[in-house]
Design a protein around this ligand. Sequence first.
Ligand code: SF4
Length: 436
Amino acid sequence: MLNKKLHLVSLGCTKNLVDSEVMLGKLSKYELSDEPSEADVIIVNTCGFIEQAKVESINTILTLHETRKPNSTLVVSGCLSERYRDELQRELPEIDIFTGVGDYDKIDEIVAQKRGATFSPEVYLANEHSQRVITGSNSHAYIKIAEGCNQNCAFCAIPSFKGRLHSRTLSSIEKEVRGLVAKGFYEFTFISQDSSSYGRDLGLKDGLVELIKLIETVEGVRVARILYLYPTTTSPQLIDTIANSKTFQTYYDMPIQHIDNKMLRVMKRGFGEEQTISLLNRMKSKDGAFIRTSIIVGHPHESEESFNRISNFLREFEFDRVNIFQYSNEESTDAFSMEQIPPEVVERRVNILERIVQETTLKSLKGMVGKDVAVILEGESDEHEYLLSARPILWAKEIDGDILINDTSDLPIKFGDIYRAKVTELVGNRLLATLI
Ligand code: SF4
């Protein structure tokens, strides 16, 4: 068994990554291989929420099928498989095993069957017993606090295959974090589909506030942040609690998707322009706040006027980071049957917003020049041989970028440790800094 090799590809979001890490834990007897042509078992943990992600998942599956060695087992798991289980089994008979989002903790038994389809009705939620293999860092881990979602956004299919909101208990999360701290992890990013609704299904009114208070008592947690806040369940108290926390970064990730009142109504976001802006302004009033959001462009009913509203708002508000998503017409959503915006119009709008976001991101970077910041030294830079890559502790892993260290001041270097750095200059869209 020792020589059996496993190649796993985790697509999509960090929530999917946590599930992939659960599978790695369950298959720990396998030797991990970066080379699919050598693998005895290949797993593709797919993403299936928008067209682009679906295409990437299918292409990855087909490429791995072409590359794999004879008698190997190819497993397709995750959101695409859950959402299109019948179509995929019909159209991809070359795949050995199909499973969805309910059986990550049974993957060892499923793989042992060599062929078949397993789709449990429940959506799996990793917990303190999951024996995950944390990937990508020895100091940082994602903590999934809930699965599913009770919101009804008109464009979103996620509730149709991830189900209703299903939160872990506070003590389950605490135990997992304590277990990881004992293994040397000190930085945690708390994630779910709709994090600000955490605990509502358990009767908690402002569950995240309670979670923050609890995690602050866990010795060894040095840095923490929360991703995926939802406007209607993000309370002023939560915003203040995050800002006042010594452990949680003053980091606000709240996808707003749009700002125009009509569009927010059509998208069924629950909050209008005024309430959304009042939340954002409260966040911005916090010292050293970092604000990230996501915008959907080209949603049905988006007039030129509505589009101009979001363009102007992005210019005015100046988020630190913005993800721009092109609207994807998803069956089983309310927007699916609405009149669609012509693709050339959508593309033009995406280009306009991307240019605006480039400028506001650059402005956010410029604002850091001359500052002393705490950074996590992540490793050697992929871009430049003599430079190191570091991430300000305020920034989230992977999505907010990194800064380049071009002078270590002869300090002893230990990747994964926290250092002070002076940001010296901005070259293009890359910040340079000196360790101090
Ligand atoms: S909050 Fe809206 S966009 Fe996010 S998962 Fe729920 S329904 Fe989808």
